[in-house]
Design a protein around this ligand. Structure first.
Ligand code: RP5
Length: 185
């Protein structure tokens, strides 16, 4: 990673040396175990991010102010994770025209299907891109793909990420097929 992109995720804080481009927002600190994957992936790709806990229901005014000010503060994208009646991504999207990527969180009784429906079924006119249940890593990668449209270095890092994933699968394939053929002889 280039020195200018040095980063570290420590607890609930993503330390970056440059100004945050992505706001990672979640409805509760109980969402952090899932949303941490988004923070780590952005950090690995050298994308500066900030992390906030803001609730559409418990702190609606703070959530609205955050979304209203996000663009002028220099943020380019929001990733919003929430569980249960997961209105946070939609509420943020209603106050900004920055792209909002929603992460439905499995927070119990309905295993995240409640949050998935709440996030994916936005009324037309106010879009939210919904990831899979607990799909925080893909949210970060999707954000990176959008940012890479205007950043060739980031595009290169994403291509390397893809290649590493492919190499990992090829290694696993080779290992498993070797083990299987040995077991069968
Ligand atoms: C949602 O309710 C949050 O996003 C979280 O997923 C869920 C439970 O929140 P806590 O009761 O753990 O704070 O608003």
């Amino acid at each position: 990673m280039p020195a200018s992109h040095e980063s570290a995720v420590k607890g609930c804080v993503v330390e970056m040396k440059s100004k945050p481009l992505v706001g990672i927002v979640m409805g509760s600190d109980s969402d952090w175990t899932v949303m941490e994957k988004a923070a780590r992936t952005l950090a690995d790709l050298g994308i500066a991010a900030e992390v906030r806990v803001l609730s559409a229901h418990r702190t609606p005014e703070a959530a609205a102010s955050y979304a209203k000010e996000a663009s002028e503060r220099g943020l380019r994208l929001l990733i919003a994770g929430a569980g249960r009646a997961a209105h946070l991504p939609g509420v943020l999207a209603s106050y900004t025209i920055l792209p909002v990527i929603g992460v439905p969180i499995d927070s119990g009784a309905l295993a995240g299907v409640d949050a998935l429906y709440a996030i994916v079924q936005m009324p037309s006119g106010i879009p939210v891109a919904s990831m899979a249940i607990d799909g925080a890593q893909n949210a970060a990668l999707f954000a990176a793909e959008i940012l890479a449209l205007t950043d060739d270095h980031l595009r290169q890092r994403l291509l390397e990420f893809r290649q590493n994933k492919a190499d990992e699968v090829l290694r696993k394939d080779a290992k498993l097929s070797r083990t299987f053929s040995q077991d069968c002889t």
